[in-house]
Design a protein around this ligand. Structure first.
Ligand SMILES: Cc1cc2nc3c(=O)[nH]c(=O)nc-3n(C[C@H](O)[C@H](O)[C@H](O)COP(=O)(O)OP(=O)(O)OC[C@H]3O[C@@H](n4cnc5c(N)ncnc54)[C@H](O)[C@@H]3O)c2cc1C
Length: 597
């Protein structure tokens, strides 16, 4: 670190002052000189009202100047309430990491830059700007919390419970936003919107909030550590175990919805809707558990339906003739009824492995059928390395900012480095798997399991013990190529032998969200929207957490951490649409319109 001067604060302050000056004077040359040639700017709403990354010093300097006339960013300063400038190593590069704050015409933001030595002093390698709040619509938290006078001191009037019941009932009024799905994605976005005063109803087809986790297989606990997974405003208790069991999380979701005063209709299916371009409103149909229907006209629909909307059931030769039971992994709950029976599990991702292990532990003879190579890492320590940042010391909010500040190019490099390390750590495990013929890969461009998750939502296994069972033969392994066809008793292999089965579990994943859109809204809206999830050409998750090609249609999904982080930015965009600060349409000719009551 000899290239870095000792006065980190002073260096950070000096760079930021030069940056602010160049920006104020719209001097793109001066701005460019402050960055190394191969640098990146990731903006989250503050300058562009998009989630976008610009690569290259010249390009980002021009983009900053071009967007500054509208953004009017000013008052750049180090943030005394955040982690102080410090030396860190990111993607293998030593750098001075600095958190700052600033204002724009419409809001207040936080940002982060990383300085590295250049030919004539420190220059920026990455720059991040993110809107944190809208002026005039600050969240009612901390000292700004509601006083509660309206229900505490009005002796004749409705009390808190009366008001909550009325809010939930939606008698004679429709919400501004309908959120489909009461998993963490739905709960997080509704909690954020509630803070911004946006009337929001969540609907979920399940009987109880939390059933999305409750109904998963018996032995499931979260695969990443508790401190990474907090939900907005209400962190998990200090007493909780490192790996949270599914039913504990499910019950927390119920408590969360109550504490955060969320309006949730359970046992209610969102069955579809149409959009009126002129009115800028949806007409949607909700089907309640008793079969009755309610039509509502929200201005926004947020799809928080997870990546598990439609089960993927591949064409399998002869499966119709199989005499036993066939279930998709989504419908598998418990191995107990299969004690002493033979089970084939198709698919070698997390679900396939966990189901096989569950069946084995209940005394079934479980055999995994592998069709594609799979990325395998130990759940600990390797699986946790992508979250190492959250153990560095800074509070969760600062870690979240560091996470959003990471452009795609760095993310890729970071994951490639982690893969190299985990290959060493997991060497014995991986060699054991190779010995028994389990096929593995490291993901496209060797970025490992986390990038596979972001690109396609699966294709990997975080080992919690099933790999050892495969290695020592307690869980069987078949390659799909060995199978000729499914028959009444199980599967017939190409060598003529039959592997018997009483149960076939299809751990074959889920279809993409575009298929679900087609089902709920028709082909035109699905086409207008385009692909959801996976990376787009600009290195951002396609159509996630931001305006889409279909005005008023939004998407949120992902891990607990992703939902916590990006629910904030999604809520800010919906609020900005509601207040006429931005257009709900991505069409540049479209003007923002104030929400019509
Ligand atoms: C086995 C497994 C382990 C995982 N472990 C972790 C982990 O350790 N850490 C982590 O961060 N993530 C983990 N994940 C990933 C992710 O966090 C979960 O998949 C999580 O459930 C996603 O939450 P969600 O809110 O996006 O969607 P979901 O949990 O899928 O919830 C969607 C909800 O939408 C409802 N819904 C869908 N369509 C409709 C409709 N038309 N009408 C009404 N309601 C509807 C569903 O009933 C459901 O309740 C795991 C996933 C799986 C499968």
């Amino acid at each position: 670190m000899t290239d870095f001067p000792s006065d980190l604060d002073g260096q950070a302050r000096a760079w930021l002052a030069k940056f602010a000056d160049a920006l104020e004077h719209a001097n793109s040359e001066a701005l460019e000189a402050l960055f190394q040639p191969d640098s990146h700017w990731r903006d989250v709403l503050a300058f562009t009202w998009h989630l976008t990354t610009v690569d290259g010093a010249a390009e980002l300097a021009q983009a900053l100047v071009a967007t500054q006339s509208e953004a009017q960013a000013s008052s750049f300063a180090l943030d005394p309430d955040r982690t102080a400038p410090r030396m860190v190593k990111r993607a293998g590069t030593e750098c001075l990491e600095v958190i700052f704050r600033f204002e724009t015409a419409l809001g207040r933001g936080s940002g982060l830059f990383r300085l590295v030595p250049g030919p004539a002093g420190l220059v920026a390698w990455t720059f991040h700007s993110a809107l944190q709040e809208l002026k005039g619509f600050e969240e009612k938290t901390g000292w700004n919390r509601p006083k509660g006078d309206s229900y505490a001191r009005d002796f004749g009037g409705p009390n808190w419970l009366d008001q909550r019941r009325a809010a939930q009932a939606y008698a004679g009024r429709d919400p501004a936003v309908i959120v489909v799905g009461a998993g963490q994605a739905g709960l997080d976005i509704a909690a954020r919107l509630g803070q911004l005063g946006v009337d929001t109803l969540i609907v979920d087809r399940h009987q109880r909030i939390g059933d999305n986790w409750r109904n998963r297989y018996h032995s499931l606990t979260l695969h990443n550590e508790v401190h990474v997974n907090h939900m907005p405003y209400m962190p998990f208790p200090e007493t909780w175990p490192t790996f949270v069991p599914k039913d504990k999380l499910a019950n927390w979701f119920e408590a969360y919805a109550d504490a955060m005063e969320l309006n949730v209709w359970t046992d209610t299916s969102f069955v579809g809707g149409t959009y009126d371009d002129a009115e800028e409103r949806w007409t949607v149909t909700l089907r309640r558990g008793d079969g009755s229907e309610r039509t509502m006209s929200p201005r926004h629909v947020v799809m928080a339906v997870g990546v598990s909307g439609i089960k993927n059931v591949p064409e399998l030769p002869g499966l119709d003739s199989f005499a036993g039971t066939v279930v998709h992994s989504a419908d598998y709950t418990d191995g107990a009824p299969w004690q002493g029976k033979n089970a084939l599990i198709l698919g070698t991702g997390n679900s396939g492995h966990d189901v096989a292990q569950d069946l084995h532990s209940h005394g079934a003879k479980a055999t995994l059928v592998q069709r594609h190579p799979t990325t395998v890492v130990s759940v600990e320590p390797s699986g946790q390395m992508v979250y190492a940042l959250y153990k560095e010391g800074p509070p969760t909010a600062d870690c979240d900012l560091i996470t959003t500040s990471t452009p795609y190019a760095l993310l890729k490099r970071t994951f490639q480095m982690i893969v190299k390390e985990t290959q060493e750590i997991d060497r014995d495990l991986l060699e054991g798997l190779k010995r028994v013929g389990f096929r593995m890969d490291l993901g496209e461009d060797e970025t490992g399991f986390q990038m596979k998750y972001l690109r396609r939502g699966g294709g990997y296994y975080l080992n919690v013990g099933c790999s050892e069972l495969i290695i020592n033969g307690q869980v069987g392994l078949l390659q799909f190529d060995e199978i000729e066809r499914f028959v009444a008793q199980g599967v017939r292999l190409r060598d003529g032998s039959v592997v018997p089965a009483d149960l076939i579990v299809l751990a074959t994943g889920y279809k993409g969200q575009q298929d679900l859109l087609r089902l709920l809204f028709g082909a035109e809206i699905a086409e207008r929207t385009g692909p959801v999830w996976g990376f787009d050409a600009g290195g951002e998750l396609a159509n996630m957490f931001k305006r889409t090609g279909q005005p008023g249609l939004w998407f949120i999904a992902g891990s607990l951490a992703q939902c916590r982080i990006y629910s904030k930015y999604l809520a800010l965009q919906i609020k900005a649409c509601e207040e006429g600060m931005i257009s709900r349409s991505l069409d540049p000719t479209s003007k923002p319109a104030l929400a019509a009551e």
